[in-house]
Design a protein around this ligand. Structure first.
Ligand code: F6R
Length: 242
């Protein structure tokens, strides 16, 4: 695991965007996977600006969404679908035909998961997966105690995930479950880019990096990932042992 600590959120966002650009420059048909949430917003903003300034071509890339709230329509502001189109796909000129996302309204969750798994296999796996970390150590919607062998699956969400998730919506929204790529897919990503900023993430970053590798803290598995890059600001890094 490579850990890079930045003075502030802008530095972190800039470096994360550069890493994604490097991957796409090296492999123009790279397979990318994106989380939503607050942590990557600056990265997506920086990526859009840099891509435009430098003419980075995403037209051969294929993109997956990491997760989605079950029961939430794609067009609803705050859904992962909505946010990824708004923050990533539209600014980068990525077309619908280059994207596969979970359908939060699916009536057949098993089928939805099978289709997602099949699409990832068909794409040849994920070159770069960008993730955040939940206050309880989740990655995607892989909550503490998750079976590490799982691929796409439905997940009952913990209280802290529901509380922070509520803030992505501009009105009170009934959320209870999510659908997510599994830890097997997180661990298989050829590059795993994990972002965290702010003092509120310092304790869980300490646990994930310095503590035991355990499914009680799914993010602790970054210690075992073959190519994980952790980009955090000074505040999130403030409780690290070294
Ligand atoms: C969202 C996702 C979540 C978030 C995590 C951190 O698609 O996968 O796991 O990455 O909850 O959220 P923020 O970045 O808002 O602190």
């Amino acid at each position: 695991m490579e850990c890079r600590i930045f003075d502030d959120y802008n530095g972190l966002s800039d470096a994360a965007a550069e890493l994604i650009i490097q991957i796409v420059e090296r492999k123009p048909d790279a397979v990318l996977c994106f989380a939503t949430g607050n942590s990557p917003v600056g990265t997506y903003r920086a990526l859009a600006i840099k891509a435009k300034e430098r003419g980075i071509d995403f037209s051969q890339c294929f993109c997956f969404g990491l997760d989605e709230w079950l029961g939430i329509p794609p067009e609803k502001k705050g859904s992962c679908h909505y946010l990824l189109y708004e923050q990533v796909f539209h600014p980068l000129g990525i077309q619908e035909s280059q994207v596969h996302l979970f359908d939060g309204l699916t009536k057949d969750i098993d089928m939805e998961c099978r289709i997602m798994n099949g699409e990832i296999d068909y794409a040849g796996g994920i070159d770069c997966m960008l993730v955040g970390i939940g206050l309880n150590g989740h990655i995607g919607f892989n909550e503490p105690g998750v079976d590490m062998e799982l691929r796409a699956h439905e997940q009952e969400l913990h209280g802290s995930t529901l509380a922070s998730g509520q803030l992505y919506f501009n009105e009170p929204t009934a959320i209870a479950k999510g659908i997510t790529l599994g830890m097997a897919q997180v661990m298989n990503a050829r590059t795993l880019l994990l972002l965290a900023n702010g003092i509120s993430k310092s304790e869980i970053i300490h646990k994930a990096c310095d503590g035991p590798v355990t499914n009680e803290v799914p993010a602790s598995y970054i210690q075992k990932h073959r190519h994980a890059v952790l980009m955090i600001d000074k505040e999130a890094a403030s409780k690290l042992d070294k």
